[in-house]
Design a protein around this ligand. Structure first.
Ligand SMILES: Cc1ncc(COP(=O)(O)O)c(C=O)c1O
Length: 507
């Protein structure tokens, strides 16, 4: 790497100027060429002004050699870092060694790394990416037309792999590090099933055993998800279960519970900690998962740069925060460095509103209180959301990185009720053709709202949202929506307070 180049990276000056200027092009070529961070992006031939929109294709694809070679660690550009994990017994920050019995060592290093801006993507991981990446950046021409808006809507489609979602981006990285450490297998939880499917695929590829604890409501609503995981060799147990001590305790305290991600996490950790040669892996929330998912944002930015497109608004659904954190990473980097401003919007279900109604405090990441404490927006680890169809968004907490960014005013959050989400999903499916996962439809809903605002004001804003996955396994939810059997349950303040009252007390 040349010296000037290295300096640019250290200072974070990559892509410092608005796209389309000569200076930018020279700078970007230099940066792209060496790192693969913002990959080498040949500009498209110039088209006369006025014809510009005609030049934008429905799908912007990068080539395989444009897949980034580095993940981008947004923490390096955060002046105020996410708060450290605390040991729940001592309330002291956790050192790496304390996390090694649960997590793979290299993943712990990534988790605690607040400083290195660029983390190389191992060749083995990048080779696997080539089977399904780069994912397309799509222009929603048909939806725009139907909405009668001047807004330009783009979406990064991550559903184009068998797991049906972005989750494979981190699954393959985590399975790789587990294999490299010589482990026999991994345990995990899954909510909607996408993460479990993704991890099953990744473990099959690297020859690792995979034990999945699946939130009971999803296990029952999505029997075919479970079967896909078994195709890839995983064992799948509905959670809470009587196979773990913590599962038996939760069942005794909440008989008939349909489970939550928090319960399933507790069970998966217990099994990893008590089984020789196993570690636990998690599909969201953690810093390392957002790091792996930065590939979404890096590719998005590279694709937009090809056409000199600068988004005004970036929208993503937020469960534990991994897709949103990944999509916004390079844009947030620019915002944090004061180079450019974007409106960034997290969309969550009104039934599980951790950012919009939660508290920014230390809490357990699981229901059974076996994890370290993380400072995040939380509804309380005892909060069990109503069994609705937000699936993978039914998590009581939120990524500590996103929590910090939200707390410090770098992004906004909104919550949407379930039936509006399904209306948006259907409108999108009928215009754009892709059947979205209900989680992704939260982002669609907010993107439509913003596009409608543009129709009213006449503004031509550019909106980018993350279409995180497909909804083929969510037909029970779509059926309930069609049969008017779907409710818009929203927890009361008293419901939330009951859960807040049980938050750990940290000095
Ligand atoms: C399709 C899809 N989108 C979004 C999410 C939310 O997760 P996260 O907030 O980690 O991106 C999930 C989680 O299961 C999912 O399956």
């Amino acid at each position: 790497m040349c010296e000037a180049h290295a300096d640019d990276l250290k200072s974070g000056r990559f892509c410092a100027k608005p796209g389309g200027t000569a200076g930018y092009y020279v700078l970007s070529q230099r940066i792209y060429a060496g790192t693969g961070l913002f990959v080498s992006v040949p500009k498209q031939p110039r088209v006369p002004k006025g014809d510009r929109t005609m030049a934008i294709p429905h799908k912007i694809y990068l080539s395989e050699n444009e897949i980034p070679k580095f993940w981008y660690n947004v923490r390096a550009d955060m002046k105020v870092k996410p708060d450290p994990f605390l040991n729940p017994a001592t309330h002291k920050p956790l050192e790496a060694e304390a996390l090694h019995p649960i997590f793979c060592e290299e993943l712990v290093a990534q988790e605690l790394d607040n400083d290195n801006r660029l983390i190389p993507i191992p060749d083995e991981v990048r080779n696997y990416f080539m089977t399904y990446r780069p994912s397309p950046l799509m222009r929603a021409f048909n939806l725009e037309k139907q909405l009668g808006t001047k807004a330009k809507i783009y979406y990064k489609f991550e559903g184009n792999n068998t797991s049906g979602s972005h989750k494979l981006n981190s699954a393959i990285a985590q399975a790789y590090y587990a294999k490299k450490q010589g482990l026999r297998g991994v345990t995990t939880e899954t909510g909607a099933g996408q993460w479990g499917t993704a991890l099953s695929m990744a473990c099959a590829y690297f020859g690792l055993d995979c034990k999945v604890y699946m939130v009971k409501v999803s296990y029952e609503q999505k029997p075919f998800r479970r079967e896909v995981m078994r195709v890839y060799g995983a064992s799948v147990t509905p959670s809470p279960s009587d196979t773990t001590e913590i599962g038996r305790k939760i069942l005794a305290e909440h008989p008939g519970t349909t489970g939550s991600l928090g319960c399933a996490i507790s069970e998966a950790i217990e099994v990893a900690a008590s089984t020789e040669g196993y570690r636990y892996v998690l599909g969201s929330v953690l810093n390392m998962v957002l790091l792996h998912q930065s590939i979404i944002g890096l590719e998005t930015k590279a694709a937009l740069d090809k056409y000199d497109i600068v988004p005004d608004i970036i929208i993503g659904c937020a469960g534990g925060g991994s897709n949103l954190g990944g999509l916004i990473a390079p844009f947030m980097g620019e915002k944090l460095r004061g180079e450019r401003d974007y409106r960034i919007i997290a969309v969550e279900p009104a039934s599980c509103p951790s950012l919009t109604r939660g508290k920014f405090v230390y809490d357990f990441c699981d229901t059974g209180k076996v994890t370290p404490l993380a400072r995040m927006y939380t509804l309380g680890s005892g909060f069990i959301p109503a069994p609705n169809h937000a699936g993978g968004l039914r998590y009581h907490g939120m990524s500590p990185i996103l929590s910090r960014l939200y707390h410090d005013g770098y992004m906004e959050a909104t919550s949407v009720p379930q039936t509006r989400v399904f209306e948006a999903a259907e409108q999108f499916a009928r215009t754009e053709g892709i059947l979205p996962a209900p989680e992704s439809a939260h982002a669609i809903c907010a993107a439509i709202d913003e596009a409608i605002k543009c129709r009213e004001t006449g503004e031509e804003k550019t909106i980018v949202f993350g279409l995180t996955g497909t909804g083929y396994f969510d037909m029970t939810a779509y059926e309930k929506f069609h049969d008017n059997l779907m409710s818009d349950y929203v927890p009361t303040d008293a419901d939330l307070q009951a859960s807040f009252d049980l938050l750990p007390k940290i000095e």
